[in-house]
Design a protein around this ligand. Structure first.
Ligand code: LLP
Length: 428
């Protein structure tokens, strides 16, 4: 159920999305005006919200040697990347496509970490040529291949090993990555041997250690537990004579989708730094790879109600956004609040909000109380992360446009796709 929303209210957890005079705004821009100008579905992002989220991490790490690498898989639109690069961020990438995006916006290669379990030789070569700061290695096999590729290129690859701390992040199983049964990382008990092997390979230079235990984590305990496990390893790796220059704690901090109360980034880091200092590791270079917590609550997706379809068991509110634009509900049964741009005073009706795609899984919200009529505009909230970046063209649906709001100004940062764009590479 959506909580009742007064037409003057701020939306909790989203300080830059609020109603004013009965109209939903992002910063000082009326969303209805953007929909009229750019059509729907439309993604709208708040620059101030992204920078405020980044500032919380920067505050938390102030005075420390640190690097924030934005996990661009969350939202890799160039304007967002540029905003974060200009604000000093590095990037966590997982493909050569993401590498090219980062380089295109002027990212410093040394501030890029390359994650992922399946890097190809071609991708390794490209990243070596670019001079990325670190390869986060996920298996012994990858270690050997990277060594060979680096030697072929006449380079030495800076590496970190992603250790799997076997910690339960207490999140959705599809986005939990730090448990033994996951495909990610090298098991905690095998990590020392992997470092010892890495240290013997001439194409590699060990620079750090990393972990990432999952996504949409709303408690601090799993982070503290993972940190302890990683620090135990640093102690034994260094006892074996291998220096660890940086410690990368990954991303994963959750956001408020529906009343969740994740720790604020600065509060979380205050706790983590206490632990690091107590264990004598406070002077290391600290790295993090946040994605969702930087951009998730900075974005909304505007969609227009097409039809209302009352039914015996369910009422459907059919909108013009769908699972191809907003795949998280279909994939993870994820909850996104859905609110009217201009709330009506009529009595609300309970609807499943669904898209036009030919799948029963094409729903955006279930059992939502809404007072709506065809033609009304709705905002699907918290869609700055893992929405546009996971969108597809299923049902030959061109992807939405994207707009970035900055105070009272707004700017198109990605034009709506045309159908011709979709078949441009096809050969009939
Ligand atoms: N670092 C690594 C190695 C990762 O695998 C991820 C996310 C991150 C950092 C960033 O995590 P974040 O701070 O965004 O939680 N599509 C899913 C989330 C998948 C996360 C994958 N890895 C969703 O929509 O919930």
């Amino acid at each position: 159920m959506n909580p009742p929303i007064s037409s003057q209210a701020k939306l909790p957890g989203r300080p830059f999305v609020a109603y004013s005079n009965g109209q939903l705004m992002v910063e000082q821009v009326v969303l209805r005006d953007l929909a009229a100008q750019h059509g729907t579905p439309l993604f709208v992002y708040s620059k101030a919200a992204i920078l405020a989220a980044l500032t919380a991490y920067q505050r938390g790490l102030a005075g420390r040697k640190s690097l924030i690498c934005y996990a661009m898989k969350a939202n890799s639109s160039l304007a967002i990347l540029k905003l974060l690069a200009d604000a000093g961020c590095g990037f966590d990438i997982v493909s050569s496509g993401e590498l090219e995006r980062a380089l295109t916006v002027g990212a410093e290669p040394a501030k890029i970490v390359f994650s992922g379990v399946g890097k190809t030789r071609h991708e390794m070569r490209q990243a070596l040529e670019a001079g990325v700061g670190c390869f986060n290695i996920e298996s012994l096999a990858e270690l050997e291949v990277l060594d060979a590729v680096a030697r072929e290129c006449g380079k030495v690859a800076p590496v970190s090993i992603r250790v799997n701390p076997n910690v339960d992040a207490k999140t959705h199983p599809y986005i939990s990555t730090g448990l033994k049964g996951n495909k990610f990382g090298i098991a905690h008990e095998d990590a020392l041997a992997a470092y010892q092997r890495a240290a013997t390979l001439p194409g590699l230079h060990v620079v750090g250690i990393d972990c990432h235990i999952g996504s949409q984590i709303t408690e601090e305990a799993p982070y503290l537990e993972a940190m302890d496990r990683v620090l135990d390893l640093v102690t034994s790796i260094e006892a074996a004579g291998i220096a660890i220059h940086h410690i990368d704690f990954g991303g994963g901090l959750g956001i408020d989708y529906n009343g969740e109360t994740p720790p604020a980034a600065d509060a979380l880091w205050a706790r983590l730094l206490e632990r690091l200092d107590a264990r004598g590791f406070g002077d290391r270079k600290l790295m993090i790879e946040p994605g969702r917590s930087l951009v998730g609550n900075a974005g909304v997706c505007i969609t227009e109600v097409q039809y209302l379809k009352p039914g015996e068991q369910k009422n459907f509110c059919i909108v013009d956004a769908a699972m191809n634009d907003l795949p998280r509900p279909a994939l993870y049964e994820a909850f996104h609040q859905i609110v009217a741009l201009q709330p009506r005073d009529d009595a609300p009706v309970t609807y499943d909000v669904v898209g036009p795609v030919c799948e029963s899984g094409d729903w955006l919200g279930r059992d939502r109380n809404l007072a709506v009529q065809p033609g009304d505009l709705l905002a699907v909230l918290s869609t700055g992360a893992y929405s546009m970046s996971m969108s597809s063209n299923y049902n030959t649906r061109p992807r939405p446009a994207e707009v970035l709001v900055d105070g009272a100004n707004s700017r198109l940062i990605r034009a709506r796709e045309s159908v011709q764009d979709l078949w441009r590479l096809e050969l009939p």
